[in-house]
Design a protein around this ligand. Sequence first.
Ligand code: FE2
Ligand code: FE2
Length: 318
Amino acid sequence: MSEEQIRSLERQFDERIARDEKIEPKDWMPEKYRKTHIRQMSQHAHSEIVGMLPEGNWITRAPSLRRKVALLAKVQDEAGHGLYLYSATETLGISRDEMYEQLHTGKAKYSSIFNYPTVTWADMGAVGWLVDGAAIINQVPLCNTSYGPYARAMIRVCKEESFHQRQGFEIMMKLANGSPEQKELAQDALNRWWWPSLMMLGPTDAESVHTEQSMKWKLKRKSNDDLRQQFIDQTVPQAELIGLTIPDPDLKWNEERGSYDFGDINWDEFWQVVKGHGPCNKERMKARIGAWEEGEWIRDAAMAHAEKKQERKQKQAV
Ligand SMILES: [Fe+2]
Ligand SMILES: [Fe+2]
């Protein structure tokens, strides 16, 4: 294809996105669009399945049958989100094996929030309320993103995320209204998860390298700092409602802006965790790689079974 032809295709492509048309797997797309989507969507898929680990940690120790059922359902939802997203990413021409390989060798990232430990039951509340809460803020705009398979997957994912957020908030509410020890557990979990949740919305706009192009492709509708502000403004009144204190002495309502001012985020900590030096990075990767290796026999058995069935079918057809 000549350069001119490519430029003309690119122009048509940009016009389609501007008209809010969806781009489908067999449509022509610029190589950069395909690569950026593979990176973002696979990173999202990896985050869903690595995100199962800190909460899976508490399934056997949930304090009641009701809590256990809800947590189990939530963790199962995350597995489902991972599966939709891996499938959607495969439509861009990368195999699932390649994506796992990238995760296991550290070439692909997952959300750094999942490298923090879940040390008490209250962490199940804080994670659902804050981590899933921040995820919703990030993901709702993606329901309108330009790549069809991603946008459609996100509609269902977001509906399930709002259940996750509510089950987390309900755990926090119950603990905050319980005995002094229970309230302390809730406050302690909020203290530990608040700042990492703010970091989850990504580096400040000045340091975010992909923002401009992603905005053009509607892969991003608001900047990281705007999303963070939205998260803070929505979460502070929820903490007040249940009598918990946000661990930020600089947090203050700004009448003029109609938003909360907040203290400095420790970006050194964020980059340390992203680079693999968070409290649980090694543990998470060990669990993922272990699951992949120990699951080899079942993948092999499933393939052998499928081949046998296929052979039988062919014999019958003869
Ligand atoms: Fe999810
Ligand atoms: Fe979730």
